[in-house]
Design a protein around this ligand. Structure first.
Ligand code: DP6
Length: 352
């Protein structure tokens, strides 16, 4: 027999960034963060997990290619899920796995991203969240999403936020065990559905400095990171929560852009400096200038921008009309072309 579960999880984009860990093994952050989860129809990971007595070892394929599962992060997610597994019975198929026997079975995992892996589009977030969710379903884990988020967090920090839709906060927590470092939903998908997210997908190349290495170096060498975590982010989180609650776009845009710029300032404050926008820095600056100018000329912000640990620009328009204008401007000033490494524009949220 074979038992199969398939799950689909969208990626998330941080509007208040997570950058820096206080515990590298448990993946505990130095500050809270807030993100918006994209529409599940775009930019998502689809993962199928299967268990069968005929499987001789755990195996995984990512986008059709087999990858190693020896990494500590994957192993801790699998261990955590297995330790919470329950009985699974299916008389018709002759399946009966007792909770204490899950250790004796191996899993096969096939995962597909419909967007570039490790190019700064938070593919690890969608991937690990999806894996944890699918394994939890397969093994009949009865924990709630908050508890599953604490497991996904141990695979990749930002993954914990992808278990919920809408606006999500990753509460950093205080406990050394990490039990209170979980994701909570601030508002569901329908709360602020005027917003339209457009992502300029720059290149499918892997980024040069992974988030994990980058943030380790920032924690070790950047005084700005520590100031940000202690003095800046706690206030910003409260302001962002209020902006989301009140659907206050001007405050939302100001906080999103400022936080993205401070995150990249922390990267520059790191020794040696990290240039996540290096490949296409000219266009990044032009896009930032273009949005800043537009927002000033309208007297109130129309579009927010944010850049993660990669060269893709994420633009958030206040409504569909603005999104249409934005897309027209982007296509005119920055048309996708093989020479420019600008591949395409992807609508990450409600379509326009
Ligand atoms: C810039 O979650 O990829 O996207 O926990 O080491 O796996 P690890 O890092 P990861 O870092 C994401 C960093 C970010 C900001 C964010 O998503 O909050």
């Amino acid at each position: 027999w074979i038992l199969i579960v398939t799950a689909q999880t969208p990626t998330n984009i941080a509007v208040i960034k997570y950058w820096g860990k206080r515990d590298e093994t448990l993946i505990l952050p130095v500050n809270d963060s807030i993100s918006v989860t994209l529409d599940p129809n775009h930019l998502c990971t689809t993962t199928t997990v299967a268990v069968s007595p005929s499987f001789e070892k755990d195996r995984m394929w990512l986008n059709g290619k087999e990858i190693s599962l020896s990494g500590d992060r994957f192993q801790s997610c699998l261990r955590e899920i297995r330790s919470r597994a329950s009985d699974v019975e299916d008389e018709e198929k002759g399946i009966c796995i007792r909770k204490q026997d899950w250790d004796k079975f191996h899993v096969h995992i096939a995962s597909y991203n419909n967007f570039p892996t490790a190019a700064g589009l938070a593919s690890s977030a969608a991937g690990l969240a999806c894996l944890v969710f699918a394994l939890a379903k397969l093994m009949n884990v009865k924990e709630d999403l908050g508890q599953l988020s604490a497991i996904a967090r141990q695979g990749s920090g930002s993954a914990c936020r992808s278990l919920y839709g809408g606006f999500v906060k990753w509460v950093m927590g205080n406990d050394a065990s990490g039990s209170d470092s979980i994701a909570v939903q601030l508002a569901n998908e329908t709360h602020w559905d005027d917003l339209v997210i457009i992502i300029a997908v720059v290149s499918s190349r892997q980024k040069e400095t992974s988030s994990t290495t980058g943030m380790r170096e920032s924690v070790e060498t950047s005084p700005l990171l520590h100031h940000r975590a202690k003095e800046v982010v706690p206030k910003r989180i409260l302001q962002m929560q209020e902006a989301i609650q009140n659907r206050d776009f001007p405050s939302f845009a100001r906080l999103t852009c400022t936080d993205s710029n401070q995150f990249h300032a922390v990267c520059l404050d790191t020794r040696p400096p990290i240039f996540y926008m290096n490949d296409t820095s000219h266009r990044q600056v032009l896009i930032i200038n273009c949005i800043e100018k537009w927002n000033r000329s309208e007297g109130t912000p129309q579009v927010a921008y944010t850049f993660d640990a990669g060269p893709n620009a994420v633009l958030i328009a206040r409504n569909r009309n603005v999104a249409t204008l934005l897309l027209q401007r982007l296509l005119f000033y920055f048309p996708p072309h093989p020479d420019t490494e600008l591949n395409s524009y992807v609508i990450g949220d409600k379509s326009i």
